[in-house]
Design a protein around this ligand. Structure first.
Ligand code: PLP
Length: 365
């Protein structure tokens, strides 16, 4: 990484690969000889069509997305999908289940309550969202139209390593993958819908990716705004209205980069290595640093930790920032620290943080 860049541990918007930023910079004024920036071109012109089609094709290759699934590039963030999911998939009287392993799953549930008979079948709230339950013990509603999970809880650092199967044979599994999208291979065929805001692992804020099994499209509730209707969006190849063109272009550059790295198996190896370094530093600190999350479900993407001497936390964050490691403050709802180490965080950034943690401990133990 260049000297003039910081190591940015933000949870999102988050760091992007330097080579991707440089490529975008080199194409900014004149995209591949067309005399325009991507920001200036018509979303219906041949240049932009080639960009969105290539982005979709590369994403399909990366995640090995089956033909029976549609890929949509939408707006409104993952938060908009909290409403779009029930509006598109069920009727207001239909039962749906939510497995709540953190604040984002809880927000998704609260939104779904407006448009369905949503039920929380398990919540980790009383244990401060540090666990994922055993799937056998889940009391799923037998007729739930879907089971919703948040695959990686960004604030609490809790990540599903395996996925539950809906009890209802006609029900589907739905996952908010905002903060671990494209961080590892995923068997898309296990899911009815996967959705993710781009601004953590795959691009800038402004585009949300929805991967949906095509047979689930087309049963929208009557009151649904046209922009949230998956049928309209998929029939129009995400071009019903003006899409977030530049964001889609940036995601396309990230997808190319991930393919060049050897695909998601290789990316996962790197992510495991980075996470292991930080969790080891925490676990081997004799309690100086603590991570409250149960070991088997610790996130590869967001590493939350606290200091035994909590009065030192502000100092930790300040000193780290002086050494060009920024955005280490935990989410305002939980405090402490959080190191978000998405795909684009270089190993060097994690090693530098590890060395800093050890040095800080020596100085303050
Ligand atoms: N879901 C998860 C897991 C998130 O981490 C976030 C944002 O941080 C959201 C949903 C909300 O995303 P957006 O801000 O794109 O609406």
């Amino acid at each position: 990484q260049s000297q003039d860049r910081v190591f940015n541990f933000a949870a999102g918007p988050a760091t992007l690969p330097e080579n991707v930023l440089r490529k975008a910079q080199s194409e900014l004024y004149d995209w591949r000889g067309c005399g325009m920036s991507v920001m200036e071109m018509s979303h219906r012109g041949k240049e932009f069509l080639s960009i969105i089609q290539k982005a979709e094709a590369d994403l399909r290759t990366l995640l090995d997305i089956p033909e029976e699934y549609a890929v949509l590039f939408l707006q409104g963030g993952a938060t908009t999908q909290f409403a779009a999911i029930p509006l598109n998939l069920v009727n207001p009287d239909d039962p749906v289940d939510y497995l709540v392993t953190g604040s984002w799953g809880d927000k998704a549930f609260k939104e779904a309550q407006k448009y369905s008979k949503a039920k929380v079948i398990w919540s980790g709230k009383s244990e401060k969202y540090t666990k994922i339950p055993s799937f056998d013990a889940l009391e799923q509603s037998p007729d739930a139209k879907y089971l919703h999970i948040c695959a990686n809880e960004t604030i609490h650092g809790v990540e599903f390593k395996d996925y539950p199967t809906p009890k209802n044979p006609n029900g589907v599994l739905i996952a908010d993958m905002s903060s671990n999208f494209c961080s590892k291979p995923v068997d898309v065929s296990k899911f009815g819908v996967i959705y993710a805001g781009a601004q953590k692992n795959v691009g800038p804020a402004g585009v949300t990716i929805v991967i949906i099994r095509k047979d689930l499209i087309g049963n929208v509730q009557g009151v649904t705004p046209v922009m949230l209707d998956y049928k309209i969006q998929s029939e129009n190849n995400s071009l019903y209205n003006t899409p977030p063109c530049f964001c889609i272009y940036m995601c396309g550059l990230v997808f190319e980069d991930l393919l060049e790295q050897g695909g998601l198996k290789e990316v996962e190896k790197k992510n495991k290595k980075k996470a292991e370094i930080l969790y080891n530093a925490i676990d081997e600190s004799n309690g100086f640093y603590r991570c409250p999350v149960e070991k088997s479900v610790r996130s590869l993407m967001n590493v939350p930790f606290t200091l035994e001497k909590s009065e030192l936390e502000a100092e930790f964050i300040k000193e780290a920032a002086k050494e060009k490691m920024v955005q280490l403050k935990g989410h305002r709802s939980v405090g402490g620290m959080r190191a978000s180490i998405y795909n684009a965080m270089p190993l060097a950034g994690v090693e530098k943080l590890e060395a800093f943690m050890k040095d800080f401990q020596v100085r303050h133990a």
